[in-house]
Design a protein. Structure first.
Ligand code: GLU
Length: 490
């Protein structure tokens, strides 16, 4: 099967790159890479009203961010370009001329009002809603005369009157359609622009696409497209329709379910590798257990045969969990390369920070690495390390307010820390242990209020590390502030 695999991702640039589109792009990419094939990117921009250049740029940027690099397409070129449909009109005109000449296509002059009235009538009668073939019966000379007189028209494909069209789908098996259910669909609109079904087929044939892998919302287009391949005497590609993606409430994934665009996940601090891993599991599985796959493993293990026919459910909580796994698995350098810019962007770390300050901020970011699920959470997790004041969570203040809190421990600690010779984890640990032993209290009796005073929080990284990173001056200030909050001055 690997000989000559050419697949394509063909987004319509009418908005963001969505989770569903990204998953389709990914499956195509994995299939191409696995088979040493070619991954083509084609922009289906013939819906002139809805397509925008802004959307083109967002889609390209998001694909690059995901690392779904295409071999042929915009910015890359290739032997079968151009890769934007608006630039391919000459091809469509030629193919259209051939279809008309061979009697496979015909002009239709029915106005949209007439078609709408017939549609309503069919609905009322409970009859199938499809084009009734009025203009299919016109003679060629009449059609020419009306075109010559400047009458507005579309071009339709003649669908065979009887028989069946069968899709041999790599995921869904054989799916059969009665040709009577398919109507003579429009190939070219009255404004001269090709429809999706026409342009996609002409391009898939011209670009020698071997496998069409796309969402199963296109399944009903496929029999129409097959009729068009046949009319054009072009070989059929193999089809694989991937299942749709539902939200947690099992309705089609949409904005109601929160962020659905790739860009929004990038902004929210997700790692592209984590999103790729998660998207791969939307409809595909290797076995029931394994969830973490590197890109290379996905390329090796992905199989269209193991893509389910059933819809996949998008679970934001699982994606967030997975992102945490990827952050934890990152090496220090790789993690800091992403974490430090997040701190700069949040305003916590000045962009003009010195090397020493950056190194310190790096240690701070490392201190919470195990807890970070999203890079965008990082500033909130480390805010207490920066500045003089701590924002006290109520639950943390409780540790200072409760009866068993012994302010004298803080007072002694304050005194001892101000004269401590080596302000490092080992020195601080010895100091805390001695203090606890002498006072005859449990370690926690000191550490809980201490953590509260130093971080303003109930949970934090290891307390000795926190102290070391805060530095002597700030630890002393915060101890004093903690005491002040219970009415004691040092
Ligand atoms: N432009 C179509 C879409 O975005 C592409 C469908 C296809 O892959 O054929 O849905």
């Amino acid at each position: 099967m690997s000989a000559g695999v050419r697949v394509r991702f063909a987004p319509s640039p009418t908005g963001h790159l969505h989770i569903g589109g990204a998953r389709t792009a990914l499956f195509n990419y994995l299939f191409a890479r696995q088979n040493s094939g070619v991954f083509v990117l084609r922009l289906e921009d013939t819906d002139a009203e809805r397509s925008t250049e802004e959307s083109v740029q967002m889609i390209l940027a998001d694909l690059k961010w995901l690392g779904l690099d295409w071999d042929e397409g915009p910015e890359k070129g290739g032997a079968y370009g151009p890769y934007r449909q608006l630039e391919r009109q000459e091809y469509y005109r030629l193919q259209l001329a051939q279809l008309i000449e061979t009697g496979h296509a015909y002009p239709c002059f029915c106005s949209s009002e007439t078609l709408e009235a017939k549609r309503q009538q069919a609905l009322e009668l409970g009859a199938p809603v499809k084009y009734d073939g009025t203009c299919r019966r016109l003679s060629l000379s009449e059609a020419h005369a009306r075109i010559g007189a400047g009458e507005a028209h579309v071009i339709r494909l003649k669908i065979p009157m009887g028989g069946k069209t069968v899709i041999e789908d790599l995921i869904r098996g054989n799916v059969s359609f009665d040709n009577r259910e398919l109507d003579d669909f429009v190939l070219v609109r009255s404004n001269g622009l090709p429809t999706y079904n026409f342009a996609a087929v002409v391009d898939d044939a011209a670009m020698r696409i071997s496998h069409v892998i796309r969402g199963d919302d296109h399944l009903s287009n496929t029999p129409r497209q097959i009729c068009l391949y046949q009319a054009l005497s072009q070989p059929l590609p193999q089809f694989a329709h991937v299942p749709m993606i539902l939200g947690p409430d099992r309705t089609r994934l949409s904005k109601r379910h929160g962020a659905t665009s790739v860009g929004a996940y990038a902004e929210a601090g997700y790692l592209p590798e984590a999103l790729i891993n998660y998207l791969a599991l939307l409809g595909w599985s290797f076995d029931d257990k394994t969830t973490i796959f590197s890109r290379q493993e996905l390329i090796e293990k992905f199989s269209l045969r193991k893509v389910s026919k059933n819809p996949a459910v998008f679970d934001p909580a699982k994606l967030q969990w997975m992102n945490g796994v990827y952050i934890r698995n990152q090496g220090e350098a790789e993690y800091l390369e992403r974490a430090l810019p997040v701190l700069v962007q949040s305003g916590l770390l000045p962009s003009s920070a010195s090397e020493t300050e950056r190194a310190w901020a790096g240690r701070v970011a490392m201190a919470v690495k195990e807890q970070v699920k999203l890079l965008s959470d990082l500033p909130a997790q480390v805010r207490f390390f920066f500045g003089d004041e701590v924002e006290m969570e109520t639950q943390a203040q409780d540790h200072l307010d409760q009866a068993q809190f012994k302010p004298e421990l803080f007072q002694t600690l304050h005194r001892q820390i101000s004269v401590l010779e080596s302000f490092t984890s080992p020195g601080l640990e010895a100091l805390l242990r001695d203090l606890v032993a002498q006072a005859g209290v449990k370690f926690g009796d000191l550490v809980h209020p201490l953590r509260a005073a130093l971080t303003g929080r109930k949970h934090s990284p290891q307390i000795l590390l926190v102290m070391e990173l805060l530095g002597r001056e700030r630890v002393l200030k915060r101890l004093a502030a903690g005491l002040k909050s219970v009415g004691i001055t040092v």
